[in-house]
Design a protein around this ligand. Structure first.
Ligand code: ATP
Ligand code: MG
Length: 367
């Protein structure tokens, strides 16, 4: 899929901006703070309805105004229109001019793979951040997944409240807790299966990608879940056996809400044994393997955003990555230094120069 054009209104530091994009490489360059990430963030928001760098949509509205909008035309087999309006009171999402009711359907329509320098800290983040990474990736290709997650989380909340009540009051309807536990297991097993499959798909190509770009090393991702390889019956028996323990803590101690993923290079945990460079490289390989999965699952390549990759990798590696990517992958690169990009690649790209929210198209050979 290709994003053909985008329009921003009162979004971040842009009052009004309309940009056309190239089908292959789009380069956005300019000084720090000029508004490069804001543009790729807008593409991400259109795809996922949420930013990757703020949880508060209000931050997206240009300071001093009270409403922002981002709209775009995306080409798949046909042209499709996407729009998000952000108000102080909340946001509205539109697909082909119709208001969207089911976000879980909407977010499978535009697939974006984003590399953001802040993500590299994922190794030392809490497991919840790694689950979030996985959730974002899977929800783009699986409509059912977000619904399952939301149902699971509701059950988890209810189960925790009930366990606490049982703990405090000693009131105990075993029947009710069993119903909650059985439902938790049912949804948990489905989520576990989807996550397991996803990691399997990652592992079928990540090591090769890593070797192609970085030269050596056997890279795998390990999915760690309490539910792994357990049947429904085994889990029911387990929860029954451990109910007293959960009661004394007053909360659910086991489930897919504790899942984690680990990155392993040459049989060693990257978090504990990997160099910073190896950790970055592995994460980039993880992101690039997502591209292959999306193509396999949806028949379309996603839009790739490499935000500030030059701050993380040397020029040669980045130029290798871009050259290696299938020509069909529409790619966005932001950088402060255009000279780092190979001149041959620049020939087939559109280049935008940003100076404090003012955007100009540049032909680098005219400079
Ligand atoms: N809601 C907002 N209203 C107005 N301006 C905003 C808003 N949110 C962010 N900005 C401005 O946007 C600019 C940052 O933009 P952005 O993050 O896109 O910069 P960048 O070009 O990617 O910089 P860097 O190279 O450092 O990553 C800052 O000047 C910031 O003050
Ligand atoms: Mg930036």
């Amino acid at each position: 899929m290709k994003i053909k054009k985008i329009e921003l209104k009162n979004y971040r530091n842009y009052e009004k901006l309309k940009l056309d994009f190239f089908d292959d490489l789009n380069i956005i360059y300019g000084n720090n703070g000029s508004g490069k990430t804001n543009i790729v963030e807008a593409i991400y928001i259109l795809a996922l309805t949420k930013s990757f760098r703020t949880n508060n949509d209000q931050n997206l509205i240009k300071i001093g105004t009270d409403f922002a909008s981002v709209s775009a035309e995306i080409e798949k087999k046909d042209k499709e229109k996407f729009k998000i309006e952000i108000f102080k009171e909340g946001k509205c999402v539109y697909y082909n001019d119709d208001k969207v009711k089911k976000i879980s359907d909407y977010i499978t329509k535009i697939n974006v793979v984003l590399f953001n320098p802040l993500d590299v800290k994922i190794y030392n983040d809490s497991p919840s951040m790694r689950r979030k990474l996985l959730n974002v990736e899977i929800s783009q290709i699986n409509k059912e997944y977000l619904m399952l997650l939301s149902n699971y989380n509701k059950l988890l909340k209810n189960r925790n409240i009930y366990l606490k009540q049982m703990h405090i009051n000693g009131n105990s309807s075993m029947e009710y807790i069993n119903i909650l536990t059985n439902k938790l297991i049912e949804y948990g097993l489905k989520i576990n299966n989807i996550r397991e499959n996803y990691i399997e798909m990652i592992n079928s190509n990540i090591s090769q990608i890593y070797k192609n770009i970085f030269g050596y090393g056997e890279l795998t991702v390990k999915y760690e879940s309490f539910y792994n390889n357990k049947t429904k019956e085994e889990l029911i028996a387990f929860y029954k056996k451990n109910l007293i323990k959960e009661l004394s803590f007053g909360k659910t101690l086991y489930g897919i809400n504790r899942d984690d993923i680990k990155f392993i290079l040459d049989k060693k945990l990257l978090k504990d044994f990997g160099s910073i460079g190896q950790q970055k490289n592995a994460f980039i390989a993880f992101k690039l393997s997502e591209i292959i999965i999306i193509k396999k699952k949806t028949g379309e390549y996603p839009i790739l955003i490499l935000d500030d990759l030059f701050s993380e990798l040397d020029d040669i590696k980045i130029n290798n990555i871009i050259t290696m990517l299938n020509k069909e992958v529409q790619t966005f690169i932001t950088t402060t230094d255009i000279d780092k990009i190979n001149k041959k690649l620049i020939k087939n790209s559109i280049i935008y120069y940003i100076d404090n929210a003012s955007v100009q198209r540049r032909d680098i050979y005219e400079q």
